[in-house]
Design a protein around this ligand. Structure first.
Ligand code: SF4
Length: 308
């Protein structure tokens, strides 16, 4: 008998639900095809489901025909992208998560106040590209470790500010902020962390769960920032952690000898992926399935208005 313990909360957050609903609502109001710039959320199963319903995913706006309807992803965009959509005569909806928009407003305020901005996050991630696109080129610097602060071209006595990618690892962010405080005398940051409630809650839950089980499975895509962070947090407390996008990818060798398995899912992973993993485990072992609830989530965002 193997104990399977499901982390709670896990899976879809309010921002991901809102973005997926926006595509479905646009399909209902405008009809297919609806173009989506970049992956609406970082999950291939979600993308394939929406494609089956008539969504077409594109990398750039020049792939959308004139007059086409386009939706921007939950990760947010630089204002230049919205301007390009207007210039091309597209009908555009921005499904950016409200918690990412909040960070956009923060960095804009820091720039107005004449501060250099340190963006704690992963360079190249769409959220970071969108956020630093809200300030003048060359005024925001991306770092993802305290070691990278040494290369910052900002004098120690200059007015500085920091912002954090919403899906960054909570513990790592704390250590980078501590290093920033040690370096800059005039530093400000968000009143509460930019790391969103969903990231914080899922990391808190998996940290506690990983300490209680022999192996952890994180359901999510390897290119999803919040999935990768969940796997890192779990690995700090458990010696056998695997990040898999679906049940076909289970590494059975990593489960050998385990009498308890914890499962969590990234904020962009649908619950059906978790249930498919449990079913696959059930075909091989006798299971006792329970849930470890670290906290209850009630956050819901208002649906994006889609006009006819
Ligand atoms: S992970 Fe956080 S910031 Fe990203 S969409 Fe979900 S709630 Fe919004």
């Amino acid at each position: 008998m193997i104990d399977v313990v499901l982390a709670a909360p896990r899976g879809f957050c309010a921002g991901v639900r809102r973005a997926i609903d926006a595509v479905r609502d646009a399909l209902a109001v405008h009809g297919a095809p609806i173009f989506v710039r970049r992956a609406i959320v970082h999950n291939l199963e979600v993308v394939r489901d929406l494609e089956a319903d008539g969504a077409i995913f594109v990398e750039e706006l020049d792939e959308v025909p004139p007059g086409g309807v386009v939706i921007f992803s939950a990760h947010g965009i630089a204002p230049a992208i919205a301007r390009e959509a207007r210039a091309r005569g597209l009908v555009a909806y921005d499904a950016v998560c409200p918690l990412v928009s909040k960070v956009h407003r923060e960095v804009e305020r820091h720039q107005r106040d004449g501060r250099s901005i340190v963006m704690i996050g992963h360079a190249g991630h769409p959220e970071i590209a969108g956020t630093i696109g809200h300030v003048r080129a060359g005024t925001a610097f991306v770092v993802n470790s305290a070691a990278e602060l040494a290369d910052l071209p900002i004098p120690a006595d200059a007015p500085a500010a920091y912002a954090i990618q919403t899906t960054f690892a909570v513990d790592e962010a704390e250590s980078i902020v501590a290093a920033l405080r040690a370096r800059f005398a005039n530093l400000i940051g968000p009143s509460s962390s930019d790391i969103c409630y969903a990231t914080t809650n899922r990391q808190t839950a998996v940290r506690a769960l990983a300490a209680q089980v022999d192996a952890v499975i994180v359901a999510g895509e390897s290119f999803s920032s919040n999935a990768a962070r969940l796997a890192e947090v779990a690995a700090a407390a458990c010696g056998s952690v695997q990040l898999i996008a679906n049940a076909d990818q289970i590494d059975w060798g990593k489960l050998s000898g385990a009498s308890s398995i914890g499962i969590t899912a990234a904020a962009s992973t649908p619950e059906c992926a978790v249930q498919a993993i449990v079913s696959a485990l059930g075909r091989r072992y006798r299971l006792r399935v329970s849930e470890y609830e670290a906290m209850r989530e009630t956050t819901v965002f208002k649906r994006l208005a889609i006009a006819s």
